[in-house]
Design a protein around this ligand. Structure first.
Ligand SMILES: Nc1ncnc2c1ncn2[C@@H]1O[C@H](COP(=O)(O)OP(=O)(O)O)[C@@H](O)[C@H]1O
Ligand SMILES: [Mg+2]
Length: 360
């Protein structure tokens, strides 16, 4: 049997470039080598695309960029190519056919529907959510509006454009304090990830500074009431009939789960299953499936909640391409629910083919 060609795309211009590389190394290690020929495409932080043919370890540590055999390569939008165009050192080009793409990119340009749009045009099946679900889940203002419409409980929120704040800061502060009368509040850029630009503001002064910080990341600013509760997450897998994992829980080692607590602080802990009652756990899973379908997610997503001591369940966000390292919540939750390593990867690939067939 001829092996299918799978492209794993990693890196990218987003602030989550490093995490993406470690996720990609794990995903590659779990793709069944007897069935697939793996083609690795790296995107540098400056946005250059290369076909990379070296070791997986060099993807994880970043040294892949210095590989002498790297050649410029890109997905062709034209369906007639159905793959990548590689530019050789002498300027000649060649085509490599792809059967499926596994984008292992987090954040901007990878998880937000942009790459998915290119893959739609190319007509190459790909793992994970489509254009609309990716874009909606990436933008926290859009997600909150969709949750509100779907009747899913979440933190009270308000939002404005950073340009509105620049031209009339008092008006935006007044709007925030009217909608969310109590400090602290959470300030977030609508489009970002890994807690970049997210702050907890305890006073009007801190609010102003937090807005300035968030405005560096995106043109829309979201402000939310502060929720005190456990951070509970579910891994979801599937297209129109999603499977939801047992919920897990993160216990940040900092005041909130900021970038450092997520990736650098070993004291941040994961609990699987989450330390909540069986009843709450079932409710969380049901809401995860409802939110996944309401946003049109496909393939996979990690759905993140707050669960308060009073038993209130509030949806925080959906990550359509969650961290996928060996110690990440998504693969761990799936493993705890009986779907282990390469089995998970095979399922994700088959879901990509299933969707592509249905869309024809
Ligand atoms: N409304 C909120 N109340 C309390 N904590 C919050 C709230 N929003 C975010 N946080 C904290 O900030 C972290 C990052 O926020 P989140 O919205 O998940 O952004 P990201 O996409 O960067 O993960 C969360 O994991 C949580 O610890
Ligand atoms: Mg989060």
């Amino acid at each position: 049997m001829q092996k299918k060609h799978i492209a794993v795309i990693f890196g990218g211009k987003s602030s989550e470039h490093e995490v993406s590389r470690v996720s990609a190394a794990y995903v590659i290690s779990q793709i069944p080598a007897d069935q697939y020929e793996i083609i690795t495409i790296g995107i540098t932080k400056t946005g250059r695309w290369f076909l990379y043919t070296g070791s997986t370890e060099s993807i994880a540590d970043g040294s892949w960029e210095k590989d002498e055999n790297n050649r410029t390569a890109f997905i062709a939008p034209a369906p007639s190519v159905h793959g990548i165009i590689v530019v050789n050192k002498d300027g000649s080009t060649e085509k490599i056919h792809l059967d499926v793409v596994f984008p292992v990119l987090h954040g901007k340009n990878g998880e937000d529907g942009t790459l998915q749009g290119l893959l739609e045009m190319s007509e190459i099946p790909y793992v994970g959510c489509g254009v609309l679900a990716s874009a909606e889940c990436m933008d926290k203002v859009s997600t909150n509006i969709m949750f509100e419409h779907a009747g899913i409980d979440q933190a009270a929120f308000t939002w404005f454009y950073s340009s509105e704040y620049q031209s009339d800061p008092e008006k935006c502060i007044a709007q925030t304090e009217a909608a969310l009368p109590q400090y602290p509040v959470f300030v977030k850029p609508a489009n970002a990830g890994s807690s970049v630009g997210v702050s907890k503001a305890h006073s009007r002064e801190e609010l102003a500074a937090a807005i300035e910080k968030a405005a560096k990341e995106d043109s829309r600013i979201l402000i939310e009431e502060n929720i005190v509760g456990k951070e509970v997450e579910c891994a979801v897998l599937g297209n129109k009939e999603p499977f939801v994992s047992v919920p897990g829980q993160i216990a940040p080692a900092a005041e909130f789960y900021d970038y450092d607590a997520k990736y650098n602080n070993a004291a941040s802990k994961l609990y699987i299953p989450a330390q909540i009652s069986e009843t709450l756990s079932e409710q969380v899973r049901a809401i995860a499936a409802k939110a996944y379908l309401a946003l049109g997610c496909e393939g996979l997503s990690r759905v993140d909640f707050f669960v308060t001591d009073e038993g209130r369940i509030l949806l925080n966000e959906i990550n359509t391409l969650p961290g996928f390292t060996s110690i990440s919540m998504y693969p761990k939750l799936m493993a705890a629910s009986g779907i282990e390593g390469s089995q998970l990867i095979e399922k994700l690939i088959s879901l990509a083919f299933e969707r592509a067939e249905k869309n024809v």
